[in-house]
Design a protein around this ligand. Structure first.
Ligand SMILES: Nc1nc2c(c(=O)[nH]1)N[C@H]1C(S)=C(S)[C@@H](COP(=O)(O)OP(=O)(O)OC[C@H]3O[C@@H](n4cnc5c(=O)[nH]c(N)nc54)[C@H](O)[C@@H]3O)O[C@H]1N2
Ligand SMILES: Nc1nc2c(c(=O)[nH]1)N[C@H]1C(S)=C(S)[C@@H](COP(=O)(O)OP(=O)(O)OC[C@H]3O[C@@H](n4cnc5c(=O)[nH]c(N)nc54)[C@H](O)[C@@H]3O)O[C@H]1N2
Ligand code: SF4
Ligand SMILES: [Mo]
Length: 644
């Protein structure tokens, strides 16, 4: 049987190398055993992608809503309906009357042609900021002038590895062999998380921090390091701007005060400060969880500062690993240059609220590679918005909840039905995902959909390529000219991008205005205050066997509670509990776990088969930096559900 090379398109840091075998009515997907990162292993979500191609949920034909039911329509009818809606909106109020919502439901580079299409219309209404990582991302841009991390193999040079708000055993499994490799070579792994997460099983130390207090923790550790003169003075002199201000701020964070804020005891704080300053090189692997708070950007800046004053930036085995942007500018982008269009943008966290009062009002919404009615905060407001917008169109591979509430649904090809390139912001690999099988039913590849729409609207000159192959050659052109990385070469297997160094910032050429690491003196950190009505922190982290709303949790919601907290409310394992916030409530089955912080309620995100998600509990709020969504800045109350 022939195996075709492909790659995982899911929004996951690992970007696995797939070998795919086409069978009758199924695809067998294996991790490439020869690939140094994938190492022959893929997770259940990757395996499920093969089943999804043929699943009964799969969208195969364009569908038009007719009252309460869906009617199958031809592509010609679908294109006509959508282009008429676009033309009418352009005539009535101009391009800002069109709303385009997209996120990263697929890592394929040609999936970004959706944005190009709306840019070619002159720029429509779209989100800005982030549903995901924006606060930390922009924090690192302020501190270092860019977001870069040492390579995965480099972890084996680390002596201490801090998994700070990240649980690679769930969200980044291919990092685990590198962590275990480092351990074998004598490194110690420390975990800082309000939950004793799965990765804590192989860690040497676990620090249970109160949610939202990592900034205070980092400044408290900096306080001890500076008080004990454990800092790296030479590194500070040469490479840091703003050290005095940072030190002044850290001085306010006495260990006793920090212990009260974070819940991490003074002895543990000293132990941690000693590890960061004495047991280097230290690699801090940051998750995105700790920046999903109102002061999340400043928290990441405080952690960057801690790493910097202890001299842990720019060396083998060191660094604050958040993500990497090495691919940026290396390939041709399918987006149009910014001077070609003028969009109207609103921040992700308050998008629904802003769109409800936008002038001109939204007449047409188009959703691609995302499921905002489930994944955005303020679910109820999104439903209000959806009812108000006259015509809504979704392009997806399955009938999502957003699609179910829309008017026209266009079926998109999966990664296996049309070729694409895949890269991620963690992995160093560039993959060529080749076509494995003909599209199911009448599904169309997105390059075809947007080219057809462009032709019908007279903007075809911005869609000059006749096939995905030609688009991919355009994207790869700089790489094939400089490094001979062509599609033919990638067809032999993924390539380790030659421009990605092992060590980030090795030359200490920080891209900030001063050329140095720029620390802030005004770090504005969380003030937890008293929350009487809703006393518990509500965390809605990523689910183990699902990717956000993809791959349903048929058994319904589960809420994880510390037994001490459960006892207060006479809740036992398996009971139904009502989780209530200032925004909404839902019912979930109780799971008791000693691993959870006792003041914290954990309700992993995902969706039920009815299309409900945890964001019916979450109010959208903007982070301090980066206009990111503060999903975890939420308090709740719990009680028993007595009705059976
Ligand atoms: N299985 C699975 N894997 C995924 C995804 C998925 O949905 N499912 N999603 C992918 C995507 S889009 C992303 S962005 C990444 C995200 O990957 P991660 O950043 O690793 O995952 P998250 O679930 O977002 O949250 C990370 C961790 O933050 C912790 N946390 C929450 N609040 C705090 C806090 O205040 N302080 C500290 N120190 N820790 C805190 C949570 O307990 C959780 O363990 O995962 C990717 N991988
Ligand atoms: N409460 C809470 N909410 C959260 C988070 C949290 O931790 N807690 N995490 C946030 C984070 S980190 C993220 S990244 C967002 C994710 O938000 P979304 O990206 O909206 O989440 P998904 O459920 O993964 O939806 C992606 C959609 O893309 C579709 N898709 C897949 N491939 C293709 C393709 O090739 N073409 C097209 N057109 N569609 C495709 C999938 O079928 C799916 O419906 O959610 C955020 N929401
Ligand atoms: S979701 Fe991540 S770990 Fe799973 S197969 Fe895809 S890239 Fe690999
Ligand atoms: Mo994300």
């Amino acid at each position: 049987m022939t195996m075709v090379r492909s790659a995982c398109p899911l929004n996951c840091p690992d970007g696995c190398a797939f070998l795919v075998e086409k069978r009758e009515n199924s695809l067998l997907i294996k991790g490439d055993p020869a690939n140094n990162i994938t190492k022959g292993f893929i997770c259940s979500k990757g395996q499920a992608l093969g089943k999804r191609v043929f699943s009964p949920d799969r969208l195969k034909f364009p569908l038009l809503r007719q009252g309460q039911r869906w009617e199958r329509v031809s592509w010609d009818q679908a294109y006509l309906l959508l282009t008429e809606a676009i033309k009418k909106t352009l005539d009535d109020v101009g391009p800002w009357g069109i709303f385009h919502h997209y996120d990263y439901g697929s890592n394929g580079v040609l999936r970004e042609l959706d944005q190009r299409f709306f840019q070619a219309l002159g720029g429509v209404t779209e989100p800005r900021g982030s549903m995901c990582w924006g606060a930390g991302y922009q924090a690192q841009e302020l501190d270092f002038g860019g977001v870069f991390s040492n390579s995965w193999e480099d972890l084996e040079d680390a002596k201490t590895i801090v998994l700070w708000g990240r649980d690679p055993a769930v969200t980044n499994v291919h990092l685990i062999p590198h962590l275990l490799g480092a351990k074998k070579r004598g490194a110690r792994v420390l975990v800082i998380n309000p939950i004793r997460v799965k990765s804590a099983e192989f860690a040497d130390e676990y620090y249970q921090v109160r949610p939202g207090t990592d900034g205070a923790l980092a400044l408290g550790l900096s306080h001890i390091i500076l008080r004990e003169r454990w800092q790296d003075t030479l590194f500070i002199q040469n490479y840091i701007q703003g050290f005095e201000g940072f030190a002044r701020r850290a001085k306010e964070f006495f260990p006793e005060k920090v212990a009260a804020i974070t819940g991490v005891g003074v002895t543990q704080l000293t132990q941690l400060a000693r590890a960061v300053s004495h047991a280097g090189p230290v690699s801090i692997i940051l998750g995105y969880g700790l920046q999903r708070y109102i002061k999340g950007g400043n928290a990441v800046r405080a952690i960057d500062g801690l790493a910097a004053i202890s001299g842990n930036i720019g060396w083998a085995g060191a660094g604050v690993h958040y993500a990497h942007q090495y691919h940026q500018g290396k390939m041709n982008s399918v987006l149009l240059p910014p001077e070609r269009y003028r969009s109207r943008t609103y921040p992700h966290p308050i998008l629904a609220e802003e769109l409800l009062k936008a002038d001109p009002a939204i007449q047409l919404a188009v959703v691609t590679r995302s499921n905002p009615l489930v994944q955005q905060p303020n679910s109820q407001l999104w439903r209000d918005l959806w009812r108000k917008i006259p015509f809504k169109v979704v392009i997806d591979t399955v009938l999502t909840e957003t699609a179910r509430q829309s008017d026209l649904v266009l079926p998109a090809a999966t990664i296996f039905e049309e070729e694409d390139l895949v890269k991620t912001s963690w992995s160093p690999l560039i993959h060529y995902a080749q076509k494995v099988l003909e599209p199911q039913g009448e599904v169309q590849a997105e390059p075809v959909i947007f080219t057809e729409l462009a032709k019908r609207l007279g903007i075809e000159k911005d869609f000059p390529y006749a096939s995905s192959r030609e688009w991919l050659e355009f994207v790869l052109q700089p790489l094939s000219e400089t490094y001979e990385i062509s599609l033919d070469k990638l067809a032999q297997g993924p390539v380790y991008a030659p421009y990605i160094p092992k060590v980030a910032w090795e030359n200490k050429d920080f891209k900030t205005p001063s050329g140095k690491i720029e620390l802030s003196s005004e770090l504005d950190l969380a003030d937890l205050g008293e929350a009487v009505e809703f006393p518990y922190h509500l965390l809605t982290p990523h689910p183990g066997n699902a990717m956000h709303s993809q791959f349903h949790q048929d058994e319904g919601f589960k809420v994880f509670l510390h037994p001490d907290l459960a006892e207060k409310f006479r809740l036992n394992h398996g009971d139904q509990a009502i989780v209530e916030t200032a925004y909404g409530q839902l019912v979930a089955a109780v799971v008791l776990s000693e691993d959870i912080h006792p003041e914290t309620v954990v309700l992993p995100e995902g969706t039920t088969s009815e299309g409900l998600g945890v964001n019916q509990l979450i109010l959208g709020k903007c982070s301090d930096i980066g206009e990111s969504t503060c999903y975890y800045e939420m308090r709740c109350q719990i009680r028993k559900w007595y009705l059976d």
